[in-house]
Design a protein around this ligand. Structure first.
Ligand code: GLA
Length: 387
């Protein structure tokens, strides 16, 4: 977490003459298991982590929004009006699309938002599968709501963040990330049922060490590969419904009748369907394994999830498979897998306390031609969401 005073200092230096009125923090998240199932009515098991986004904000007299970031050089500026409209937003607004989106969507919810200045700082790797965008949206939303003296329910805010991602950043994502960022509890993973949006807090045993390694391959979800996987799932489901009209979503397909159903699908739709159905079962089992303290089985499920993401859902990359193999090869690692949407980003690994240090030592001893950033790794602590 970026120190609040440091962020306020950054605000003052970017906006001389203005005093910070509000400082808000939202964490990032790591998904333990349940990948690419949130938009399929599935079960997911993410947790908020200790890294995240800090937003410092103050009101402006003029109807203008200015945003500046510690991590990007450009300053964003656009005009707004009391009708809730944003003017002068162009596609090249970059990360400012999130600022404009949050501002507009809050205005639509009746939160009286005027002009404002924002300073954004954070310690979450960007485009690494740790939900830097949901973290940004949530921190901006909390800051703006507080700035206006308003109030907003966490679920409504989660849906707002998702709309911003979908309608302003162009990623047709599910609800997992904003729910995790907003509703996680320290020491727990958040089991979210994406069909009815019920949540269950699953305690994470203290003896379990979870750590993340950045592959160094940055991924961009807006480049269409995420949307393509979503369309493939829809196409597979449509065919399944042609044969079994009672099936409304993949949630209605049990692992027992999976083989019978997927044999009617052409490749790769059969493999996409298999990933989704087996991943939902893995998520449920992983939550049970954590509750029972069966860490060996939990690790095994991470490995199985990776194999499924690699072979059936095809969202891994050779560099990531290699990293998973190397980490998995270190004694005391219980399991490892790609985490997040894939096509780059981070892997998540699990072991008993002290395991991360052994992995670090093993990777350093065996440093071949690995680019420096590929060995960026850190232990993730199950942290509290915003609310
Ligand atoms: C991204 C999306 C999520 C989810 C994951 C894959 O993080 O934002 O909604 O679909 O990918 O599990």
């Amino acid at each position: 977490m970026v120190n609040a005073e440091a962020a306020q200092f950054g605000f003052r230096s970017r906006f001389p003459g203005l005093s910070p009125e509000v400082t808000a923090f939202a964490p990032g998240r790591v998904n333990l298991v349940g990948e690419h199932v949130d938009y399929n009515d599935g079960l997911v098991l993410p947790m908020a982590i200790q890294l995240g986004t800090t937003v410092v904000a103050a009101r402006l007299e003029q109807w203008v929004v200015r945003a500046s970031s510690a991590r990007v050089d450009s300053q964003i500026e656009f005009r707004v009006d009391p009708g809730g409209r944003v003017m002068g937003v162009t596609p090249d607004l970059g990360w400012g699309r999130y600022v404009a989106g949050v501002w507009t969507e809050l205005a639509r919810e009746g939160i009286e938002v005027g002009g404002a200045a924002f300073y954004v700082d954070g310690d979450l790797p960007v485009a690494a599968g740790l939900s830097s965008s949901a973290s940004l949206c949530a921190a901006l939303s909390v800051a703006l709501v507080e700035l206006c003296g308003g109030a907003m329910d966490a679920r409504a805010m989660a849906h707002l963040c998702r709309r911003v991602e979908r309608d302003y950043a162009g990623v047709p994502c599910g609800i997992m990330d904003p729910f995790a960022v907003l509703m996680s509890r320290a020491g727990h993973a958040l089991m979210l049922d994406c069909r009815d949006e019920t949540i269950e807090q699953v305690p994470i045993p203290q003896s379990l060490e979870l750590f993340v390694l950045d592959s160094g391959v940055a991924r961009a979800l807006a480049d269409g590969r995420y949307a393509l996987r979503r369309r493939e799932c829809e196409a597979a489901l449509e065919r399944i419904r042609g044969i079994r009209p009672e099936i409304r979503s993949f949630r209605d397909v049990s692992p027992d009748n999976l083989a019978e159903i997927v044999r009617h699908l052409p490749d790769p739709l059969d493999r996409r369907a298999r990933h989704v159905v087996t991943e939902m079962a893995r998520t449920r089992e992983a939550a049970d394994a954590l509750s029972r303290g069966d860490l060996g089985r939990f690790g095994g499920l991470l490995d199985e999830s990776h194999a499924s993401l690699r072979d059936d859902f095809e969202v891994s990359l050779p560099a990531i498979d290699q990293l998973v193999r190397e980490v998995r090869g270190v004694a005391s690692v219980l399991g490892a897998r790609l985490t997040g949407a894939g096509f780059g980003g981070c892997i998540l690994a699990a072991g008993l306390a002290g395991c991360a240090e052994r992995v670090r030592a093993a990777l350093e001893a065996d440093d071949h031609d690995r680019p420096r950033q590929q060995s960026r790794m850190f232990v993730v602590v199950p942290s509290s969401g915003v609310v």
